[in-house]
Design a binder for this molecule. Structure first.
Ligand code: CO
Length: 422
C-alpha cells in the first residue's frame, strides 16, 4: 500500500529522494467530470477522433501531428566546410535510455559519404599471415552480438570550460552523447581468420570518408569487446553513423569508433595520425600532453528540469537524468537541490548495463524556493564524478576534451532554470 503521508525530504531544500518519490501521490491529474469516462474527453463531449475511422497505414511512421518530430540541436559546421562539424542529441526531450537513431549525435570530419555497399570492402592487413577483404555480405555470415551502449564524443560538454557558465539547453551543452543498441561482428573473429603475427599490439582503423579519418587502437581493446557494427537499434546503420559498417569500441571516446570502416592495419606501434596528435589529445597545465586517453569518465546530467524546461506551478517534480561511465556499470546516482551540500540517492531505472547510459529519477518538492540541482554518479569501479574545480585544475587553458564535471542547474523563484557553476 502506498504511503499516504506527505513524503519526508531526504536532503535539504525539499529533495525527496527515490523512496519518497515512489510512494508519493502527486495530485497532477484533474478530477473526473460526470460523463467524461465514456466520451474520453474531460468535458464529456465526444472527441472528433472517435466519430470516424483514422487515417490508413503507410510504410513510414510519422509522428503525431500534435507531437512534431524532434530534431538534433546545436548543429555547428566548421568555417568554410559543408560536412565538418557536429550535431547534438536533444537530451531534454527524451526519456528512457535508448536514443532514437535519427537523433543520435554526429561528429564528422569531412561530411557523410554515400557508400555503395557492393563497392565497399573492409581490408584487414599489415602484420597478418593472410590479408583479407570482407564485403558487407561476407560480414553478415559471421556470428553477431548486440549490446546497449553509449557513444560519447570526447569533446562533449567542452563549452563548460568557459570562465562564465554558457547558456544553452541540456542537449546543446551535453548532447554529444547518445545511447543505442549496437549489433555487429566481434573483431576477434576476423583477426583470427587473418592470423595476426606475434608482436602485433596496435590496429590502425581507417574510414572511407573524404578525411580518411584514422585512429590507432591497442590490440587488447580490439580483442576484448570491439565489434564491426552493422546495426543500430535493430536497423542497418544510418548513413551518418557509418553505413555500411563502423568500428564500435564500448566506453571509449567516440572519435575512435571509426565510421565507414574500410581498413584495419595490424601494427606494432600507433600510427600517430592527425586525430591522435594535433587533436583528441589532452594538454595538461604543466605542458605535458596525454595521448590515447580513450575511456570516457563517469558522468551524469539532469535532463529535466533543465534550461528551457522550466518549472510551472508549485508542487512535487520529477528530476530525471542520465548517467554513464566508460569503466562499466553505473552503481549509484545522488541528487542535490542545494548545489551539492546535501545529497539523496536517486532511483535507477531497471538494472544498469555496462558502458550504457542509465536513467535516474528523484522527487523534488518545489514551493517556489530557489535551488541548485546537481547530480553525481558513481560507477562500479568506485569512480565518482568530479566537481568542476577538480576537472579544471590539471588542464591547460583551452583544453576541453574529457569534461565530466558535475552539471548544476539553478532554479529561481519563478521556476526558470539556467546553467551555473558550483
Ligand atoms: Co581522449
Amino acid at each position: 500500500m502506498a504511503d499516504k503521508q506527505p513524503a519526508e525530504p531526504q536532503a535539504a531544500n525539499g529533495l525527496l529522494g527515490r523512496r519518497a518519490f515512489l510512494g508519493q501521490g502527486l495530485a497532477a491529474a484533474s478530477l473526473l467530470a460526470a460523463g467524461a469516462a465514456s466520451a474520453g474527453t474531460a468535458d464529456g463531449s465526444r472527441a472528433a477522433w472517435m466519430s470516424r475511422p483514422g487515417r490508413g497505414m503507410t510504410e513510414a511512421s510519422p509522428p503525431s501531428v500534435f507531437a512534431p518530430e524532434l530534431g538534433r540541436v546545436g548543429i555547428s559546421a566548421a568555417v568554410g566546410t559543408d560536412g565538418a562539424g557536429a550535431s547534438r542529441t536533444p537530451l531534454e526531450h527524451l526519456d528512457g535510455l535508448i536514443t532514437p537513431s535519427r537523433l543520435h549525435f554526429e561528429r564528422h570530419h569531412s561530411g557523410i559519404p554515400a557508400i555503395d555497399p557492393t563497392r565497399h570492402h573492409l581490408l584487414v592487413h599489415g602484420r597478418v599471415e593472410r590479408p583479407l577483404l570482407f564485403s558487407l555480405d561476407a560480414l553478415h555470415r559471421y556470428p553477431m552480438v548486440s549490446r546497449i551502449q553509449f557513444l560519447e564524443c570526447s569533446g562533449n560538454s567542452g563549452h563548460l570550460i568557459a570562465p562564465q557558465p554558457p547558456e544553452g539547453s541540456c542537449g546543446e551543452l551535453h548532447g554529444l552523447v547518445s545511447n543505442s543498441e549496437w549489433g555487429g561482428v566481434p573483431l576477434g573473429y576476423l583477426l583470427e581468420e587473418a592470423r595476426v603475427k606475434p608482436g602485433a599490439s596496435w590496429i590502425i582503423a581507417g574510414g572511407a570518408d573524404a578525411a580518411a579519418m584514422a585512429r590507432s587502437i591497442p590490440m587488447d581493446k580490439i580483442l576484448d569487446d570491439a565489434i564491426v557494427a552493422l546495426y543500430q537499434n535493430g536497423e542497418p546503420l544510418r548513413a551518418a553513423q557509418g553505413y555500411p559498417m563502423r568500428l564500435f569500441l564500448p566506453g571509449w571516446e567516440g572519435n575512435a569508433s571509426v565510421k565507414w570502416l574500410r581498413s584495419l592495419y595490424v601494427a606494432d606501434q600507433p600510427a600517430m595520425t592527425r586525430d591522435e596528435t594535433a587533436k583528441y589529445t589532452d594538454v595538461q597545465a604543466d605542458g605535458t600532453v596525454h595521448q590515447f586517453t580513450m575511456p570516457m569518465g563517469v558522468k551524469s546530467v539532469i535532463t529535466s528540469p533543465s534550461p528551457g524546461k522550466d518549472l510551472g506551478r508549485q508542487g512535487v517534480y520529477q528530476i530525471s537524468g542520465l548517467a554513464w561511465s566508460g569503466a562499466g556499470r553505473i552503481r549509484r546516482v545522488e541528487v542535490s537541490a542545494d548545489g551539492g551540500r546535501s545529497w539523496a540517492d536517486a532511483l535507477l531505472d531497471a538494472h544498469a548495463l555496462p558502458q550504457s547510459q542509465t536513467r535516474f529519477r528523484c522527487g523534488w518538492r518545489w514551493q517556489g524556493q530557489p535551488g541548485v540541482l546537481v547530480s553525481r554518479a558513481t560507477d562500479e569501479q568506485g569512480n565518482v564524478q568530479p566537481t568542476r574545480t577538480e576537472v579544471m585544475k590539471q588542464r591547460a587553458a583551452g583544453a576541453f576534451y574529457h569534461y565530466n564535471a558535475w552539471q548544476a542547474w539553478a532554479v529561481n523563484a519563478s521556476g526558470v532554470v539556467r546553467n551555473v557553476y558550483v
